[in-house]
Structures are given as structure tokens and as C-alpha cells.
Design a protein around this ligand. Structure first.
Ligand code: NAD
Ligand code: MG
Length: 393
């Protein structure tokens, strides 16, 4: 039995992960579950999976969970707080850690999993965006394994040879083609973008996801974060990663080789495919995903992204070019801006303005330590909050 810890268990990726695990109870055992504050859902998951440990970052919620579990399974240990989440990530009984906490809150637990030498299934791209080099160094130093769950990166991983040491050039790769659906507003008249609502932004045409990543998909900041993620995961440069608009979300990404071959991974837009792939790799397991019917699809479309419509994509490229802590600044300001949009304090188009202001006000520094990254993250959040306050006044 392979022990699995799920960080962010109550979210979209967490729930999909548990769905796949439930199909393979003879192979996987859930060791620990961690989330922020959703007592109801975590209690239900504990009732079904009986982990050894359940953690809620929010202390009051953890207290409620403790009371609730007394009547369900008193043997489950309940812990509270951010340190307990990191403790769950390093749980000695678990071999695999699904990293599916949203945002910067996921970084410390993932580093704890890396230091404990786990197989990390990486959904949380923000952690890599914040601290790519330090993160990858920790993975290498402790013999941890990093498997991409983000559908595009999982697709790229599937299109690369099994042994991919020595960089992409050594493999004969000429570029990575990162597909993007363009989100719910790809055809909305530009003048109407200021008035779109959080509900519209979260109604993705092809994927059902958490609210933050849904807004990121609508601004295409998500694709910017994913270019950065791809550079770290596959040890490449932004020039080698081409973003391709592909409205159907059937091709999850592609790899082009120097002989002119392009390898693609296709499938229904359902995160259980990359989750099952990363869980079982190099083997394959059933995922519950609906099979793709190519005759129903019949046609696939491709286009270059419209840079004027998606200024967040350019901001991500700017941050990458600046390097160091600039990508942590980008991520932090974006988290603040997206939350302000979801709270209906700023308009959709102001998200890019808030991020741009933080990028120009917070000088990028070399990302020499975690402390420095968190300092610049905090600085960016403060600048972004000021912008939000100014705009929403
Ligand atoms: P979500 O909002 O649905 O779920 C987030 C989870 O994180 C919840 O369980 C929440 O309780 C937990 N969480 C939040 N703050 C926490 C904290 N401080 N401590 C502990 N737990 C905390 O988000 P999601 O859509 O599942 O996305 C999760 C991550 O996966 C994101 O980084 C996202 O970019 C990435 N991702 C998601 C998808 C998708 O299809 N949903 C696809 C690719 C990548
Ligand atoms: Mg993705």
C-alpha cells in the first residue's frame, strides 16, 4: 500500500485526487489530509478515508473538526495551524504528497515535502513561481521527485522521453507548445471587460476549477505563471515556450522536436487524468475520465494569444525577464488583486493595473533566500493593497 497525503484536500484538485484514490483502495492509503477551514468537507473525507492525521490551518475550524470526528473516528489525530500543514506534508508514512493548496500558502508545506524526500505531485504552481531555484535545489538535494499535475505540464512530461536529464536541447527538443483555452472572455468585446463579474470570470468554458485559478485563466495570468512553471520544471527559457490558444482544451500541450515532429497529449478536460498519471507514474491506472470521442470533436482550433486583451501575460514575461524575486512579486500582487476582484472591490481590468504597479514599485532582488522571497512577497502585497484601496475609493 502506497501512503498518500493530500494538501488542499477540500479544493477542486483535492476532491479530484480523492476521487481517483477511491478507485484504487487496494493500491493507495490516505495518510493525511490538510485544508484551510472547510470543516464539513474535511470531516466527510475523514469518514470515507480514515487518515491518520487531519489538519486545518484555521485553529477554530480545527477545533470544530476535532469535535465532529469524535463521533466518526476518534483515532484520527487533528492538528491546527500552518506548521501542522507542513508537518502533514512530511508525514513519515506517506510516500506521495499531492500539493494542491492554492497560492503562496502552499510553499512551506511543499518545501517540507521536498526536504522529506517525497514524491511531490505538483498542482500548486505559485510555489515554483515564487521560489523556482530554491525549490528545485531542495528537490534535488533531498532526492525528492517532482511530477507535474498542472494539465499542460503533465502533458509536456508525457511527451518527453522518460529519461530527461541534460536539458531539453540534449533531447532534441526545439520548443514547448503550451496550450491555453483563452478562458471565458476570449471573444468578449474589449470594452465590455471592465464590467464582467466574478461569477462570469469563474465560469470557465472547459474546466471546473477553484475560484482563484479560474480568474487567473480569465486574465491569462495563469498562462504566464505556467510559462514560469515550465521553465523551472523542464530547465528551459521563456523563448523556448510558445503559448498557443486552443479553444477546445483537448490538446493539453505539445513538444516540438528538431526533426519536425510534434508530440501532443490529448484527453477530456478533466484533472483526474494528470492526477492519475502522476500518482501511478511510470505505470498507468484508471481515472474515471470520460473517453475522448474524436468524431464528436472533429475540429481543433489554434491561434496566437491577443496581447492587448491579456496584459497579464506580458506582465509575467516582464517578471521572468527581470528574474530574482520579481516573479514572487508578480504572484503576490496577483493574489491580492484577484481576491479584491472576487470581493468586488476592483474591476476585472484593474487586476493587471494592480500587478503592474507592484512590479514597478517593488525592486527585484536576487532570490538568495526564502526570507528574502517572503520579504518581497510581503512588500508586493502591501503595494498591491494600496493600489486596491486607491482604485476602490
Ligand atoms: P481551490 O480553491 O479549489 O482549493 C484550494 C485548497 O487549498 C482548499 O482545500 C483550501 O482549503 C486549501 N487552502 C487554502 N489556503 C490554505 C492554507 N493557508 N493552508 C492549508 N490549506 C489551504 O483551488 P484548486 O482549483 O484546487 O487549485 C489548487 C492549486 O492547484 C492551485 O495552485 C492551482 O493553481 C492549481 N491547479 C488547479 C487546477 C484545477 O483544475 N483546479 C489545475 C491546475 C493547477
Ligand atoms: Mg494548467
Amino acid at each position: 500500500m502506497i501512503g498518500v497525503t493530500v494538501l488542499g484536500a477540500t479544493g477542486s484538485i483535492g476532491v479530484n485526487t480523492l476521487d481517483v484514490l477511491a478507485r484504487h483502495r487496494d493500491r493507495y492509503r490516505v495518510v493525511a489530509l490538510a485544508a484551510h477551514s472547510d470543516v464539513e468537507r474535511l470531516a466527510e473525507q475523514c469518514r470515507v478515508f480514515h487518515p491518520e492525521l487531519a489538519v486545518l490551518a484555521d485553529a477554530a475550524a480545527a477545533e470544530q473538526l476535532r469535535a465532529r470526528l469524535r463521533g466518526i473516528d476518534a483515532a484520527i489525530e487533528v492538528l491546527a495551524g500552518a506548521e501542522a500543514v507542513a508537518h502533514a506534508a512530511a508525514h513519515p508514512v506517506a510516500h506521495i504528497v499531492m500539493a494542491a493548496i492554492v497560492g503562496a500558502a502552499g510553499l512551506l508545506p511543499i518545501l517540507a515535502a521536498a526536504r522529506a524526500g517525497k514524491r511531490i505531485l505538483l498542482a500548486n504552481k505559485e510555489a515554483l513561481v515564487m521560489s523556482g531555484r530554491l525549490f528545485m535545489d531542495e528537490v534535488r538535494a533531498h532526492g525528492a521527485q517532482l511530477l507535474p499535475v498542472d494539465s499542460e505540464h503533465n502533458a509536456i512530461f508525457q511527451c518527453l522521453p522518460a529519461q530527461c536529464h541534460g536539458g531539453l536541447a540534449a533531447l532534441g527538443v526545439s520548443k514547448i507548445l503550451l496550450t491555453a483555452s483563452g478562458g471565458p472572455f476570449r471573444d468578449t468585446p474589449l470594452a465590455e471587460l471592465t464590467n464582467v463579474t466574478p461569477a462570469q470570470a469563474c465560469a470557465h468554458p472547459n474546466w471546473v476549477m477553484g475560484r482563484k485559478i479560474s480568474v487567473d485563466s480569465a486574465t491569462m495570468m495563469n498562462k504566464g505563471l505556467e510559462v514560469i512553471e515550465a521553465c523551472w520544471l523542464f530547465d528551459t527559457t521563456p523563448e523556448q515556450v510558445q503559448v498557443v490558444l486552443h479553444a477546445e482544451s483537448v490538446i493539453h500541450s505539445m513538444v516540438e522536436y528538431i526533426d519536425g515532429s510534434i508530440l501532443a497529449q490529448l484527453g477530456s478536460p478533466d484533472m483526474r487524468t494528470p492526477i492519475a498519471h502522476a500518482l501511478a507514474w511510470p505505470e498507468r491506472i484508471e481515472s474515471g475520465v470520460r473517453r475522448l470521442n474524436l468524431f464528436d470533436i472533429a475540429t481543433l482550433h489554434f491561434a496566437a494569444p491577443d496581447r492587448a486583451r491579456f496584459p497579464c501575460l506580458d506582465l509575467a514575461y516582464q517578471a521572468m525577464e527581470r528574474g530574482g524575486t520579481a516573479t514572487a512579486v508578480l504572484n503576490a500582487a496577483n493574489e491580492v488583486a484577484v481576491q479584491a476582484f472576487l470581493d468586488e472591490r476592483i474591476t476585472f481590468t484593474s487586476i493587471a493595473a494592480v500587478v503592474e504597479a507592484a512590479l514597478s514599485d517593488v525592486p527585484a532582488r536576487e532570490a538568495i533566500s526564502l526570507e528574502r522571497i517572503f520579504e518581497d512577497d510581503a512588500h508586493a502585497r502591501a503595494v498591491a493593497r494600496e493600489s486596491v484601496a486607491r482604485i476602490s475609493r
